[in-house]
Design a binder for this molecule. Sequence first.
Ligand SMILES: [Mg+2]
Length: 118
Amino acid sequence: MFFLCVDDSATLRKILTMTLKGAGHQCAEAENGQLALQYLEANKVDCIILDVNMPVMGGVDFLRERASRPDIKKIPVIVLTTESDQGLIGTVQELGANGFLAKPFQKADLLDAIAQVT
Ligand SMILES: [Mg+2]
């Protein structure tokens, strides 16, 4: 599968990329929601892994934008959450998020989350 990993942390993007590639997947990276939308205009992906707190465009605004775009709204999204994001889960679910993954995560947690949404 082809993933788009959207997170403002270069370290986290690297961990996601290494984990996904290790599991036989391919992936691209974007450092905020706006760059992710730009990427999706020109490329097809099978699943999006999305951080919540990012500069320029965060995960909630990205999901809002995705919901209004028929071309991308069917791509499954796994939202990366932290303890402090817990109150947001209902909101992002309403906006169409398909799965959740709490940071920090183990490789198995990531692969489980992917198996549940794809
Ligand atoms: Mg972040």
